[in-house]
Design a protein around this ligand. Structure first.
Ligand code: ATP
Length: 251
C-alpha cells in the first residue's frame, strides 16, 4: 500500500532521514520504533506531505505521491492524526467530530480554525456518523463535554474518532499511548485492532510503549539514525543486538 524508497530528508548537512526504504502492507498495523531522534516523526511528515524530501520516492496505492500536496494525499485516504487544535478545546466532543479537516498540510494549518470547515454534504448524515463514532469509541456520555476537559486517553480516542470521520484508508498514528492511563490504553488498543480487522483500516504506528507494539503490530520496523535497522516480528526485532545497541546508545 505504501512504499518508501531511498528517502532522504536533510536539514543543513544533517540527515534526519537517511536513505530510508520500507513498505507498509494493506490490512496490517506496521509498528515503527526506534530511539529518540531516529527520524520516525520526520518520516511521518514526509509520508503525510507536510515536508518535501531532499531525495527519494514515496508510492501510495501504486501512485508516486512524492510531490503531491498534503491535501491531495489526505483526500486519497492517507491520513495523519494530530492533536486536537487548541481552538477546538472549547468545542464539544460531538462538534469536534462534526468538523473535519479541509487541509492537512501540517500542524500549523491544523491549528488554524479557518483551515477547517463543516463536513460537506448532508449535515444530518454527518451527525449520524458522529454519533456512531461516539458509540464505537464508548464516548457517548461525554458528547456534550468540552474537548478540553477530556482526560488524555479520551482525547486520544477522540483523535481516532476524527480520523474515522474522514475516508481514511492508511492512518499514521504518532504515539497514541503517550499520556494515556492504563485502562484507556487497553480500550485504545482494542479500538485500533477492531478498526484494522473489521473496518479495513491500515495503520502505521509510532510508539515507545512496547506492550502496545507487541499486541498490535506486525511487522515491526526499527529505525535508527534516519534509516531502517531491521524489520520483522516483535520478538525478532526486540532481541536483535543492533536494536539493543541503538537503544543503549540513546542520549
Ligand atoms: P522521538 O522518538 O524522540 O519523537 P523521532 O524518531 O521521531 O524521535 P525525529 O523527530 O524525526 O525523531 O527527529 C530526527 C532528527 O532530526 C533529530 O535529531 C531532530 O533533532 C532532527 N530534526 C527534526 N526536524 C528538524 C528540523 N526541522 N530541523 C533540524 N533538525 C530536525
Amino acid at each position: 500500500m505504501l512504499e518508501v524508497e531511498n528517502l532522504v530528508m536533510e536539514y543543513g548537512g544533517f540527515r534526519a532521514v537517511d536513505r530510508c526504504t520500507l513498505t507498509a502492507e494493506e490490512g496490517h498495523i506496521t509498528g515503527l520504533i526506534g530511539p529518540n531522534g531516529a527520524g520516525k516523526t520526520t518520516l511521518f511528515n514526509l509520508i503525510a506531505g507536510a515536508i518535501e524530501p531532499t531525495s527519494g520516492r514515496i508510492r501510495y496505492m501504486g501512485e508516486d505521491i512524492t510531490h503531491l500536496s498534503a491535501d491531495k494525499r489526505f483526500h486519497k485516504g492517507l491520513v495523519r492524526t494530530f492533536q486536537i487544535p487548541h481552538e477546538f478545546h472549547r468545542l464539544t466532543v460531538l462538534e469536534n467530530l462534526m468538523m473535519v479537516p479541509g487541509h492537512q498540510a501540517g500542524e500549523s494549518l491544523f491549528a488554524n480554525w479557518f483551515a477547517w470547515g463543516k463536513v460537506a454534504g448532508d449535515e444530518r448524515e454527518t451527525e449520524r456518523r458522529a454519533w456512531e463514532t461516539l458509540e464505537f469509541l464508548e464516548l457517548t456520555h461525554v458528547a456534550d463535554e468540552r474537548a478540553g476537559n477530556l482526560s488524555g486517553g479520551q482525547k486520544k480516542l477522540l483523535e481516532l474518532g476524527r480520523t474515522m470521520m474522514t475516508d481514511a484508508r492508511l492512518v499514521l498514528l504518532d504515539e497514541p499511548a503517550a499520556g494515556v492511563n492504563r485502562t484507556l490504553l487497553r480500550k485504545l488498543e482494542e479500538k485500533i485492532a477492531i478498526l484494522n480487522k473489521e473496518r479495513g483500516y491500515t495503520f502505521i504506528l509510532i510508539e515507545h510503549d512496547m506492550e502496545m507494539i507487541e499486541k498490535l503490530c506486525h511487522p515491526v520496523i526499527c529505525m535508527a539514525e534516519g534509516t531502517v535497522l531491521i524489520e520483522g516480528d516483535f520478538q525478532t526485532v526486540r532481541s536483535d543486538p543492533r536494536v539493543l545497541e541503538a537503544y543503549l546508545g540513546e542520549t
